[in-house]
Design a protein. Structure first.
Length: 481
């Protein structure tokens, strides 16, 4: 067989970001912020590469696509359908799409011009797969089998409504059979796995399961500037928010990859916006523009979610919900997504970017034992040495306490010191806290839950209205020692 050249383009964890926005870049002891992203720029990259490599481009979307911004959430992803179809992807898989419930995910998938793939989502009643496990496409004279693996944590760490009537597996036991079928029955030349398990999970998976020619990874927002090789399998992942496009060029001979080239393409001002997509995006946002552009306050320092233990953006959110609830303690989920907010005016659009789930605020009472147990469980879900046991985003966001922990310690024994108001947490004492939604404090912990009349966005509006210039500095609330 003559050498064949295939190009794979990847977007992962778009989170509903249609326009350019600030993005974090690491500098010398500090963060820099640059404007990146936008579907119009992504469309230009796709068109350019397809023109360079006619008939030889495979475009893949790892999911976390239709949720994360006001327009995405208010339309339950439907406003984005024409835009994503215009990019002409070949397949996608899923995660935060399930915020709208499985029935609506099916409707979104049916409206796409490309298939939604998942070998690990089952209907509880029938036991059948909810989505096709794979598809075969022909590019560059090659038959390519694409296998989808959705995020497995939807029914394990997210609200029950996300997984009503369906169950999720890791997919590692099913994957070998699907690879064998594609090779023996469908006679494919290459097998590409499109996964939303996360980079650490995908690396373990690639080490366990032979026969993966390329693994396109998502979920953990890693910027892989070079492919990570696990045995003979290259893995790529390309940041988040549409700030990067991954490009993987494969040279194939006799059904084997003989050369790999990779580029993490920054979607910045150097990329000219595609006029047609720019018009589509503007039309999609036009009905909401006046609402989204309302100025609600100011920030004096950058807000971001770029760090695992605590983040300036979440400290502002915690301050707002604590003020609304009249508590010192406050907890929210350790979300990874949410574009930075730079010093200056803050708009309603940016408030929704902070907390697009828009959950209610509740108060809860936790004993000292429950407080420690909840935080130990969260640390295990975040830093388990077994990637398959990692079940979430960043460390739970905390206000009003100080936690010092050893990341390398075994499960249940990481916290060395846990303080509230500078005093060690007392096992028998009860602590009242504010929390967001169902994930702020899981249902198994605490008592005396009371839902307030104010919700997350309203609390932020109130906080910005009463503060001349909000600051969200990092406070050393959670410290690895």
């Amino acid at each position: 067989m003559n050498d064949r050249r295939l190009t794979i383009l990847q977007v992962n964890d778009l989170h509903g970001y249609l326009e350019p926005h600030p993005e974090v870049f690491r500098g010398s002891g500090s963060f820099d912020y640059r404007t990146c992203g936008g579907l119009a720029r992504i469309a230009s990259i796709f068109k350019r590469v397809r023109a360079e490599r006619p008939g030889a481009v495979l475009a893949l979307d790892n999911g976390d696509t239709f949720h994360g911004t006001y327009v995405a959430v208010q339309s339950k992803g439907e406003a984005m359908l024409p835009l994503m179809n215009a990019l002409e992807f070949d397949a996608m898989t899923l995660h935060w799409e399930f915020a709208y419930g499985p029935a609506h995910v099916r409707r979104l998938a049916a409206a796409l011009d490309y298939p939604t793939l998942a070998i690990n989502i089952y209907d509880k009643a029938s036991g059948e797969l909810v989505f096709a496990p794979s598809r075969v496409v022909e590019r560059a004279g090659l038959r390519i089998g694409i296998i989808g693996i959705a995020s497995n944590i939807v029914d394990k760490s997210m609200p029950p409504s996300f997984s009503e009537g369906v169950r999720f597996t890791l997919g590692n036991t099913e994957l070998p059979g699907h690879i064998d079928r594609l090779r023996s029955v469908d006679k494919v030349d290459l097998v590409v796995v499109l996964s939303h398990l996360g980079f650490a999970q995908d690396a373990k998976l690639a080490g366990e399961v032979p026969g993966i020619d390329a693994l396109i990874s998502g979920h953990t927002h890693n910027r892989l500037y070079q492919p990570v090789w696990i045995g003979s399998t290259p893995i790529i992942q390309s940041g988040c928010h549409g700030s990067f496009v991954g490009r993987l060029d494969l040279t194939v001979a006799d059904r084997k990859i003989v050369d790999v080239r990779h580029e993490l393409i920054r979607v910045d001002e150097a990329v000219e916006a595609d006029p047609e997509m720019a018009t589509r995006v503007a039309e999609t946002l036009a009905p909401h523009r006046a609402f989204l552009d309302q100025v609600v306050g100011r920030v004096s320092s950058p807000l971001d979610r770029a760090t695992s233990l605590e983040a300036s953006m979440d400290n502002v959110l915690l301050d707002a919900i604590a003020a609304a609830a009249g508590t010192r303690l406050a907890f929210s989920n350790g979300w990874r997504y949410g574009a930075p907010i730079l010093p200056g005016d803050v708009t309603m659009e940016q408030l929704w970017n902070i907390v697009p789930t828009h959950p209610p605020i509740s108060t809860v009472e936790l004993t000292g034992e429950e407080l420690r147990a909840m935080l130990e469980a969260n640390l295990e879900r975040t830093y388990s040495p077994d990637p398959y046991c990692q079940m979430g985003g960043f460390v739970k966001r905390c206000r009003g306490l100080n936690m010092y922990f050893k990341m390398e310690n075994p499960k249940g024994h990481r916290i060395e010191d846990l303080l509230v108001d500078g005093a060690p947490v007392q096992p028998g004492r009860r602590y009242r806290a504010a929390m967001l939604g169902e994930q702020g404090v899981p249902a198994k912990y605490g008592s005396q839950r009371q839902k307030l009349e104010v919700d997350a966005i309203e609390s932020l509006q109130q906080w910005f209205a009463q503060t001349d210039a909000v600051s969200g500095r990092r406070r050393g609330t959670v410290v690895a020692i």
